[in-house]
Design a protein around this ligand. Structure first.
Ligand code: GBE
Length: 493
């Protein structure tokens, strides 16, 4: 296909999206970009910041991280936040989603160790954002647990619930007058499944089928406690909203046979329902209770590996989201698998399905991320139907490049096609209230080091200055934010 035909096709596709052909997103729809503390701040031991589990992992087990990379300096946003805000201003975004570093605010994680320098850093960042008309959208926890709390058991020990509550209270007291959007956790499934199950992420504890469930149990209780705290003591004066950001692929059945349809739904329940069911409906999904209970019994256990909530806990956790935060990047194909022999516990055997990517799906620089824009429309509709039409704030969505060119067509196409499908889901009646692109700039990508680049801005990690340079997608996203419609259709009107 030559270029002209391609351009024409995308104009035709784009202009069929909205009824009047001009506006794809309502005026009050919020556009923003995201980052997280550990991935961009650096200054890992400056001004009283304590060590977190990712500092510890990169310093003690460099073989687990591509290129032995650390986030000791990364984008150096601790010193360059004013420059970051200038980039945000230039993008024209309504909000900036960033996270607070727990061990920068509380050196040893507990409320007795308040670090004024850490509080000041975030006060200054929030002031700079507000002075520039950008809404701060704050995540309390994006994976960087203070190492000292991990030494005491971390998310698998119940003490963490009240320790997190103390930290949250301090954050509401200190920043709450200026923050209208809060998230307790970003992608709790990654914290629990990768951190304490597979052990592929910090704190790299591998006890799948047990500690991943236990971690989730504590984390859901911690979330609910923080929501109730905000609701009872801060909401009336601070008037904000608070929720959690859940992550999921879209899981597409391989075909419409009933076996594969059921398997895909099982996978959705184990992936998204694990968190969304307790939060929006009450208790873990039936299929999780049944399957984990069955396999536990056949392992000779008297109780299920899936912890049990009391009736009071079910009621306490249910309804603790003022909106649904959604992080999603890709899809996968699910098919039926016959019941695995019962030996040792493993989350994937509890789910009991086969998962793969279709070979024709376009790749990115991340092996886990294929470009499947149609998947987000299906996921949004499934959430609407399954959880009674909640308001959905998309809190992360984006694609990686390999850094070989600033002309990041892959990103422009990704955002255009995903936003088209979001707009189309909204026409189906899905209540999407905002969109957050991941990410403002290239940053430390956890165990992938600096090899996968998700930014609108590239960062020169070799230069002392950590020079930021706009990629081509900046101009594209600016237009979307400004016009609230997909560029092709606006230009043709
Ligand atoms: C988000 O997670 C993170 O919240 C954000 O911090 C990160 O920068 C962004 O993704 C981009 O990566 O062996 O290759 O399959 C897969 C998205 C690890 C969900 C990657 C962990 C996707 C969960 C390892 N996944 N991520 S493997």
């Amino acid at each position: 296909m030559n270029l002209k035909v391609l351009v024409l096709c995308s104009i035709l596709i784009a202009s069929s999206l909205s009824d009047d052909g001009s506006k794809a997103f309502p005026d009050n729809f919020m556009f923003g970009v995201a980052s997280s503390s550990h991935q961009i701040e650096g200054a890992w031991n400056e001004d009283g910041k304590g060590e977190n589990i990712w500092d510890y992992l990169t310093h003690t087990k460099p073989e687990l991280v591509e290129g032995g990379a650390t986030a000791d300096i990364t984008c150096d946003s601790y010193h360059k936040y004013k420059e970051d805000v200038a980039l945000l201003k230039d993008l024209g975004v309504d909000h900036y989603r960033f996270s607070l570093s727990w061990s920068r605010i509380l050196t040893n994680g507990s409320i007795g160790s308040v670090n004024e320098a850490g509080l000041n850093y975030y006060k200054n960042l929030i002031k700079e954002l507000k002075d520039n008309g950008i809404e701060p959208f704050v995540t309390l926890y994006h994976w960087d647990l203070p190492e000292i709390l991990q030494k005491q058991g971390g998310w698998i020990d119940m003490f963490i619930i009240d320790t997190f509550l103390d930290y949250a209270r301090l954050c509401f007291e200190t920043f709450g007058d200026d923050v209208k959007y809060w998230l307790t956790f970003s992608e709790p499934k990654q914290t629990c499944l990768s951190g304490y199950g597979y052990g592929t992420m910090a704190p790299s504890v591998s006890k799948t089928g047990e500690l991943d469930y236990k971690c989730t149990h504590n984390l859901l209780k911690a979330h609910a406690k923080v929501w109730h705290l905000y609701d009872e003591e801060f909401r009336s004066t601070q008037n904000g909203k608070i929720s959690i950001a859940l992550d999921s692929n879209w899981y597409e059945p391989e075909d419409d046979t009933s076996q594969n349809t059921v398997s895909a739904e099982t996978k959705r329940q184990f992936s998204f329902g694990w968190y969304a069911n307790p939060l929006f409906i009450g208790d873990y999904p039936e299929v999780m209770k049944t399957r984990i209970g069955y396999r536990s019994m056949h392992e000779g256990r008297r109780v299920s590996r899936l912890p049990v909530f009391t009736d009071e806990e079910i009621e306490y956790i249910k309804g603790t989201c003022d909106f649904l935060g959604l992080n999603t990047y890709t899809s996968s194909i699910i098919k039926y698998e016959k019941e695995q022999e019962i030996r040792i516990p493993w989350y994937d055997w509890d789910v009991g399905v086969k998962e793969h990517f279709a070979s024709e799906w376009p790749s990115s620089a991340s092996s886990w991320l294929k470009v499947t824009p149609w998947g987000i429309k299906k996921l949004l509709n499934w959430i609407k139907d399954t959880y009674n039409s909640p308001d959905i704030f998309i809190t992360a969505n984006g694609v990686s490049d390999d850094g070989s060119s600033l002309n990041d067509e892959i990103r422009i196409n990704y955002y255009r096609d995903y936003l088209s499908n979001i707009s189309s889901a909204m026409e189906d009646g899905v209540n999407v209230i905002g969109y957050t692109a991941w990410s403002l700039m290239d940053s430390f990508e956890w165990t992938s080091g600096y090899s996968e680049k998700f930014g609108f801005y590239s960062v020169d990690f070799e230069s002392e200055n950590r020079t930021r340079t706009a990629k081509s997608s900046v101009e594209y996203f600016k237009k979307v934010v400004l016009t609230h419609c997909l560029v092709d259709s606006c230009e043709e009107d």
